[in-house]
Design a binder for this molecule. Sequence first.
Ligand code: NI
Length: 638
Amino acid sequence: MDDVGAAIELRHPLDPLSADEVVEVASIVRGQHDLGPGMRFETIALAEPSLREDLPPAGSADRRAFVSVYDTQSGVLYEAVVSIARREILSWKARPDAKPRIAAEEFLLAESAVRADPRFIAALKRRGITDPSRVRVDPWSAGVFGHPEEVGRRIIHGFAFLRDNPFDNQYAHPIEGLNAIVDINRNEVLHVHDVGAIPVPVAARNYAARFQTSWRTDLKPIEVVQPQGPSFTVRGNEVSWCGWRLRIGFTPREGLVLHDIMIRDNGRWRPVIRRASLAEMVVPYGSPIEAHARKNAFDCGEYGIGMLTNSLSLGCDCLGTIHYFDAVSNSIDGSARVIPNAICLHEEDAGILWKHYDFRTNETDTRRARRLVISFIATVGNYEYGFYWYLFLDGTIQLEVKLTGIIYTAGISSDAARAYGTEVSPGVLGQIHQHLFNVRLDMAVDGTRNTVTEVDTLIEPPGPANPWNNAFRAVETPLTTEKAARRNASTESLRYWKITNPGSRNAVGQPVAYRLLPHSAIKPVTSEGSQPARRAGFAHHHLWVTPTRDDERWPAGDYVNQSEDGEGLPRWTEADRPVADTQVTVWHTFGHHHIPRTEDFPVQTVMSCGFILQPFGFFDQNPTLDVPPSSKDGSCCV
Ligand code: NI
């Protein structure tokens, strides 16, 4: 066996497909089902082993790929499962109503088609723009609005902007009132909407270093020094760090995936989560004016947040001693696309871990906290999403989503339009919108028999048992079926949820648990009948619990682009299956409510949202007493 063969043989069953495997899988599919010149690959990714079974040992199992491929001429999409070792297609199934995601390559195809369209060129001329090469057309997913010319087609919706030079920030120059609908399968402009020549704002609003003419001089260097190297070790895709162990995965749709998160407790490895990833997101906009009413983007399901991952660079995106993982996705022609340095792994100081000063002995104990950071950043057109998973020494797991990039802008066509945003530059409106994320957490708290409970803090009424009216207490309610587990956060009752294992007890006899703290559980401001209300049902609840199923991956449905109503979580949970004392998947919706500020323009500093998973009775005591004092001579801590 050659070295490459040996390396493939020893690959772990959860390792993402390599570039060679992507190419191999595409060739197997093309060899047996050549769809002709209109053949495009949506997804070529690892078909992961079942979450409901133990993992096969490395190298022992047949690696399989999931493929979603479509024919732009017939419009039909097929799903295949491919055995890589046997070079065999194990299943082949048409999904006739499914519309594949919009691929990055298709963004540029759509833009070229619009810029070459005589109706679009004429509309530009009406605005005094004679050079279409200065115009950029952003392709948006188009949703489902029932216009007769769109029915049955795979379409995108284009918004136009002007660049004064190739590096100019186009979002300072929205070409308001000019939009195009493109059939992306046929590369045909169906319609050009022009509501009239609204003046294009001319002021340059640039942020790039090439435009900056002076720099502040009061910033002294901060260096991160790790003289003995980092505390983590990486073996293939397995990461070990300070009592944590997990595997790194990646898919074109979700980006980073964390597998088999375990924590060490007195020499015993205890599972916490089987699989964690961002599963969906939607960005609804609030303006009803003209074409803006169509704006709602599912950046995960409609574009593929993994596909849009960018390469990270040391000293800019991440500081310290870094380990990078490359990521592999597929192009629409079935070739492999390697994204170098897609995932950053590093550790950070995280302030104090705990402290106490004993005023009787004059003795102080302080320990420093640190966290392991596993992150990637995706660029979705104008905007950046950074996804930062943190593991802490005390067993806490956190996801922080960092939102940055350029807010989406529009021109101001009327006074009525002003109500739906903030004027961030003369004639430029930053439109009101939300970012709603949904994470899929396949839980395994000390094993796979878990029950989710809701914890509310109740203020007790006055009475004989509460003579001084001071009584309040936590009340815990098990969520035993799917419908009962459709829940929302409550600031009134300071609500959180616990994922407990009733079969595993701590030193005081309580079921061990992790609690989910929903600190970014915003109210979705989507009205009944709107696109997000119909197609992003996951956003209606902050918590959903389902029995873990391998085929229930996507909370807004398998194919979200121009999807049907009610797919995913709303439909699955109608079955109202039992979810107590079984293998459960927890889905959490959280987000950022974004009323733009002038300070968000021309580029927005990081805003953040996310959630925290924290051990709650999982350990018998603070698990960090053995963290040594960190100063060189220990003097700051004694
Ligand atoms: Ni925003």
